[in-house]
Design a protein around this ligand. Structure first.
Ligand SMILES: Cc1ncc(C[n+]2csc(CCOP(=O)(O)OP(=O)(O)O)c2C)c(N)n1
Ligand SMILES: [Mg+2]
Length: 294
């Protein structure tokens, strides 16, 4: 089968309806599977689990100009858990930052699409990442600069639950509260897995929302696959003044691919050809249902 066969790209306007956002997420999940099987390495669980959140961020929430990635007025997306970058690359390609065909270069020698993102290589990437626990600090710096300049743009920081085991994350949590960074929204992929098992087995994180509240943040827990709920919480974050907002997005790792769902072993492996074909068949079936409005 032809692995690289994309649906037509979406350029320009924002997608408003839930059906369009869901179709976009489905396209992105298919991109992720194709990219990973072509690279024969990379991370499957996180990118599939965060597809719905990225669909809302890129095609409903954030302001940006794909043909002018350095536009001063853009909202900034900091990806802290760099290993889920296939979903970021797919969203960027579908938003028009670069051609969809380039997705097939993921992890190949000389590619702009490194296995962990490099801001030096790909315009539109705000931060190089890979080492966990750094992104929130970077996002805090941007948000503080935005406040000092009285800018309108906002900072979104995508994070994982696993990187809440890093002390540096909590240093940034304190700083954001101290400086009342209400132009900062962090979104945590609360999929309850990490590289070696379940988060609660490896190093329990417990009530993350409660912990954020205790540190002075506004914190909301949301179903990370419910578009309406994600949109509402992002709206609530905008309306929250004097403190940063943390959105704990409860997600299913590997979402959309039955044999990868809720299995930590898919954290950092790519599907083999046969598995990719099965995954794409499932996602195509799901797409038909979405198109039929079921
Ligand atoms: C500082 C640092 N330590 C270790 C790693 C190796 N590592 C990469 S991903 C990962 C698991 C982290 O958990 P999470 O981000 O929740 O994984 P996911 O939910 O995406 O499977 C680890 C330990 C790293 N990238 N950075
Ligand atoms: Mg995780």
């Amino acid at each position: 089968m032809a692995i690289f066969k994309f649906f037509s790209p979406y350029l320009g306007m924002k997608l408003e309806s839930v059906k369009e956002l869901a179709l976009m997420a489905n396209s992105m999940r298919q991109d992720v599977v194709r990219m990973l099987v072509s690279a024969q390495s990379g991370h499957t669980a996180g990118p599939l689990g965060m597809a719905d959140v990225f669909s809302v961020l890129f095609f409903h929430e954030m302001s940006y100009k794909p043909d002018e990635p350095g536009w001063e007025g853009r909202d900034r997306l900091v990806l802290s858990n760099g290993h889920i970058c296939p979903i970021l690359y797919s969203a960027m390609a579908r938003a028009g930052f670069f051609p969809l065909e380039e997705l097939s270069t993921l992890r190949k020698l000389g590619s702009r699409l490194q296995g962990h993102p490099s801001r030096a290589k790909l315009p539109g990437i705000e931060n190089s990442s890979g080492p966990l626990g750094e992104g929130l600090g970077i996002a805090c710096g941007m948000a503080l600069a935005g406040k000092m300049d009285k800018s309108e743009w906002r900072v979104y920081c995508a994070m994982s639950d696993g990187e809440h085991q890093e002390g540096s994350t909590w240093e940034a949590v304190m700083l954001a509260a101290k400086y009342k960074l209400d132009n900062l929204v962090a979104i945590c992929d609360r999929n309850c897995i990490q590289i070696d098992g379940g988060t609660e087995d490896v190093m329990p994180l417990g009530d993350l929302a409660g912990k954020y509240r205790a540190f002075g943040w506004h914190a909301i827990t949301v179903d990370g696959h419910d578009y309406g709920a994600i949109m509402r919480t992002l709206h609530e974050a905008r309306a929250t003044k004097g403190k940063p907002t943390m959105i704990i997005a409860k997600t299913v790792p590997g979402k959309g691919v039955s044999f990868a769902e809720n299995d930590y072993k898919w954290h950092g492996v790519a599907p083999k050809q046969e598995e990719a074909e099965k995954a794409l068949a499932e996602l195509t079936e799901e797409r038909k249902k979405l198109e039929a409005g079921q």
